[in-house]
Design a protein around this ligand. Sequence first.
Ligand code: URA
Length: 283
Amino acid sequence: MTGVPSSVAADLAALAWQVEAGADEAIGEVPVNRFDAAEQPARPARAVAVAGRPKSGPKSAPEAAPGTAAAPPGGEGGATAAEADARMIAAGCADLAALRAAIEAFDGCPLKVASKSTVFADGNPAARVMIVGEAPGRDEDMAGLPFVGRSGRLLDRMFETIGLSRRAEAAEEAVYITNVLPWRPPENRDPAGAESAMMMPFLFRHIELKAPKVIVVMGNPAARTVLGTTTGITRLRGQWGDWHGVPVLPMLHPAYLLRNGIAKREAWADLLTLRVWLDENGG
Ligand code: URA
């Protein structure tokens, strides 16, 4: 750039690079000097609420041996009394009926008080595919079943396009559906970390007892809980993870797809990934 001082030229080049990288919008009222911020001591990492794993890294299950339904970080000391209760109760459930009854009787989670139903699961327990969503909404609370509202109808249509249904009798054509939380959070807010942590032993025992061949986690709360990662779902989706040897496919949540129609092509790609896996692993 002739006639422009070199420091200004360098600043302009840096700016052009940022614009090309997509950082073309101011998101704060006042500028932040990141060089200053770098000199401050690093903030301590927030407590990992759901499991004793690093906040990012390989996408595999939180450390917990199947049958023990996930210990919190630091052993007993890291858990609330309700989490410890949940772990003990869940580990003692010998089948899905016992687990459902145990969750219905569990009083440790305040969400239960305001809920009409305990939403346990729907679909065929023999299904090869287990879908894990977030939490019941209003429709699910009324019906006592997961994914029966608008996003549930989309979920059904999505899986039907690859030949899977919650109503199918044949295990190869069926899905089984549950959520991280069995009770509706008020105003359909995201599950709080403490709520997911408390109910995680029940979810993990649910997976153990159901013994799916493959798990689909829909949306951030399900991916975080099952995979123990904080990587966002838009980056995780379509990439296989693992829950104690069971393959886990993260997908965008149908509620997100209802708001972002353009993302349906990514969901379609992920459904095809699942279909291919099923075809290659016994139909
Ligand atoms: N969203 C979910 O994640 N689960 C449901 O059951 C309903 C909506």
